[in-house]
Design a protein around this ligand. Structure first.
Ligand code: ADP
Ligand code: MG
Length: 216
């Protein structure tokens, strides 16, 4: 499903990741754990091919960083869901429209959009808030909207970069419950977090990363 082989990314300032070798099988829940600056986001960026390695390769499904063309990247992205710490919702659209956005972009039919959006909102427990604006719900609910938006196209892989980073522990736990449920239904999840303690409470494989390298 995902294979990273001896991956190096070096930013202009010399920082980055190096010698990252990692295999993730379909259906796994993998935590990438390490302190701020460890390289977690960079690893995720190579998986959604926002950043291409200068050494090694990344295979994600049928895509390979060595061969992918720039115009193929959007097609890879459509098969992934991505969630960030800061939610990244459209604040001028209601929750339904936020979740519907990508489906509209790719020309999904109206009836199908409605069906999928309502199902995704039900999956995150927000059916009753479809026509509410994002700034009228809590941070935890905004992150649920972001998760609904990420899963609405039924991705085989969900990437989450510190999805609980802005949330209090109780709300964070409820987001973890949502992610676990999504994983149980078969979606592979790779989640970056600096919160080592939280990870210990959940099932999943833990990959430790520090100074741009995996700690064996
Ligand atoms: P993490 O997500 O674990 O906090 P990152 O992957 O964001 O770590 O960063 C890894 C290292 O690369 C850090 O030293 C960071 O400062 C550096 N870095 C990340 N993004 C950039 C960038 N766009 N330009 C320069 N350096 C960067
Ligand atoms: Mg990060």
């Amino acid at each position: 499903m995902i294979e990273m082989q001896n991956v190096r990314v070096t930013y202009a300032n010399g920082e980055g990741i190096d010698q990252i070798t990692l295999k993730i099988a379909a259906g796994e829940f993998v935590f990438l754990v390490g302190p701020s600056g460890a390289g977690k986001s960079t690893v995720l960026k190579t998986i959604y091919m926002d950043v291409l390695p200068s050494e090694g390769h990344v295979r994600v499904g049928e895509y390979n960083s060595l061969f992918i063309k720039r115009h193929d990247v959007p097609y890879l992205r459509r098969k992934l869901g991505i969630v960030f710490q800061d939610f990244r919702l459209f604040m001028d659209r209601d929750i339904f429209e936020n979740v519907a956005f990508t489906l509209k972009v790719i020309g999904t039919r109206k009836k199908e959009i409605k069906r999928r959006v309502l199902r995704a909102l039900a999956d995150v427990g927000l059916s009753h808030k479809a026509r509410v604006m994002p700034d009228e719900v809590s941070g935890g609910e905004q992150q649920r909207v972001a998760i609904a938006r990420a899963i609405v196209n039924e991705p085989f892989l969900l990437l989450a970069d510190e999805p609980t980073g802005n949330l209090d522990p109780v709300t964070a736990a409820s987001i973890m419950d949502v992610l676990e449920r999504i994983n149980t239904r078969g979606t592979t999840i790779v989640m970056a977090t600096h919160n080592d303690e939280m990870v210990r409470r959940y099932r999943g494989r833990v990959v430790h990363i520090n100074n741009g390298q995996i700690i064996p």
